[in-house]
Design a protein around this ligand. Structure first.
Ligand code: NAD
Ligand code: UPG
Length: 441
């Protein structure tokens, strides 16, 4: 099939490469000329496992190309994925959907034959009806269909999740749109992956509900971490034990500093606002509690750090990690950087290292000090904070020994509960984690 992907960011670019991998001829449309140039040259504008390999393969084969020109995509493709951003509005009252509405409004008059518009951006319930109105008002030809096909990929696994999704959801209203979705995802569906065909409002709610549930699980275990601190219990053991119950499951329940990133915080905030608008009081109360627990996590982390130090810190604090989670260079709404801001407000001097996200962190927070290696970051530090759970930091067998001789005091505060304390204790470190008793060598 000939497909376009409009908006080639963290979702759209890997999706475009995955569509090429599935055998389609793909054109990516990206407004940002620098990003478009990089993608055309086979260079990933951000770190994402397996993505650059796919990008190089398919830009070289000619099956994947990028343009800033929407008209070129409109005349080339029969199916158009919309993958532009839906940031939170400045006032926090729901999404700013202007990129989505704008992209569809520009695309529709350029279509001169029947086509399918497939929305992948995350929106709250009611938005697809607005987009349908834009199509109805602007279409020059009959047969321009709309499908809402929310995306569930995780950053760090974008390629894997695009090629091997758990399910595909399509909110649509016509047999022709259904045929287009079945054709574009044929290779995936042939493997038996579930296709949930439904109406557009249900597709919208499925996406919001999925992210709401993921955050509920995270906030739930973080609330249990708080309980564990009061009674001297161990939250990692609690998470492991309850996760063995098949009804609960172990996934997505790592305690720590809370959820961040370009999706979960804004998606839950927008959904909370929307359910409030709709008057769904119980849903509103539930989601507000999830957000409230998350908002409290950076302070819980600061309190743990100050407890471990014996009071506020005025010197250097090594912050290992800046990305919002391991496996990505994305620092949007990063809990690690939120923590850096809090520590700096209280007089500490954060010195930040991250294996992939240094450039993005520097661009967002030029006021902080950055280090090129973990060893450089810990040199002369009063205390070391593990702020992002990169395996190269949590499981580097040499780091505890190497860092031991460089710090002022051997105190590690792991706000992701990701470190196995053994090697650190053996190298003479105290290890502090949220919802766990401190461990001393
Ligand atoms: N990042 C994820 O893992 C993920 C996963 C699932 C869903 N989503 C959703 O997907 C959407 C995109 O998220 P993202 O993280 O990729 O955002 P992003 O900001 O990384 O990418 C959006 C891109 O769209 C481009 N753009 C905006 N308007 C355009 C237009 N009219 N034509 C062409 N390009 C245009 C921007 O320049 C930008 O590069 C959001 O709604 C998000 O909630 C993201
Ligand atoms: O047990 C966990 C799991 C995650 N997190 C944190 O939660 C945030 C989000 O993590 P994750 O869900 O892995 O990352 P995203 O790439 O943001 O993906 C989420 O957001 C996407 C955009 O909507 C969805 O498509 C995905 O299904 C959904 O997992 C990060 O800060 C993680 O550190 C935890 O604290 N504990």
């Amino acid at each position: 099939m000939r497909v376009s992907v409009i908006g080639c960011g963290h979702l759209g670019a890997p999706h475009a490469a995955a569509m090429a991998e599935l055998g389609h001829e793909v054109i990516g449309v990206e407004l940002d000329p620098d990003k478009c140039r990089a993608l055309s040259a086979g260079t990933a504008p951000f770190y994402e496992a397996d993505f650059e390999e796919l990008l190089v393969r398919h830009t070289s084969s000619g099956r994947l190309r990028f343009t800033t020109d929407l008209a070129e995509a409109a005349s080339f493709a029969d199916l158009h994925f919309i993958a532009v951003g839906t940031p939170l509005r400045e006032d926090g009252r729901g999404y700013d959907v202007s990129q989505v509405i704008g992209a569809v409004r520009s695309l529709v008059p350029l279509l001169h034959r029947p086509a399918t518009i497939v929305g992948k951006s995350t929106v709250t319930v009611g938005t697809v009806a607005r987009i349908q109105e834009v199509i109805d008002a602007g279409a020059q030809v009959p047969g321009v269909d709309l499908v809402w096909n929310p995306e569930f990929l995780r950053e760090g696994y974008a390629v894997q999740d695009s090629l091997f999704p758990d399910r595909i959801v399509a909110g649509l209203t016509s047999p022709r749109a259904r045929a287009a979705i079945e054709e574009v995802y044929a290779q995936i569906l042939d493997r038996g992956v579930a296709l949930i065909l439904t109406d557009p409002p249900t597709a919208e709610v499925i996406k919001s509900a999925a992210n709401a549930f993921l955050t509920t699980k995270i906030s739930f275990i973080n609330a249990m971490a708080e309980v564990c601190e009061f009674v001297g219990a161990d939250v990692n053991t609690v998470a492991h034990a309850i996760g063995l119950d098949k009804r609960i499951g172990p996934g997505g329940m790592r305690p720590g500093i809370g959820y961040g990133g370009g999706c979960l915080p804004k998606d839950v905030a927008a959904f909370t606002h929307r359910v409030g608008e709709l008057g769904a009081q119980h849903a509103h109360g539930l989601l507000a509690a999830v957000e409230s627990v998350n908002a409290g996590r950076p302070l819980a982390a600061v309190e743990l750090i100050e407890k471990a130090h014996g009071g506020p810190i005025s010197g250097r604090v090594a912050l290992l990690g800046a990305a919002f989670k391991a496996g990505t260079s994305d620092v949007r709404d990063s809990p690690a950087l939120r923590l850096a801001v809090r520590l700096a407000e209280r007089g500490a001097v954060p010195v930040i290292y991250d294996p992939e996200a240094l450039a993005a962190a520097r661009a967002l927070h030029p006021e902080f000090t950055y280090a090129d290696t973990a060893e450089q970051a810990v040199s002369g530090a009063e205390l070391v904070v593990l702020a992002t759970e990169w395996p190269e930091l949590t499981a580097d067998p040499k780091l505890p020994e190497d860092a031991a001789g460089l710090v002022r005091r051997r105190v590690l505060v792991d706000v992701r509960n990701a470190v196995e304390p053994g090697p650190w204790l053996a190298a003479g470190w105290e290890v502090w984690q949220l919802g766990r008793k401190p461990q001393r060598p």
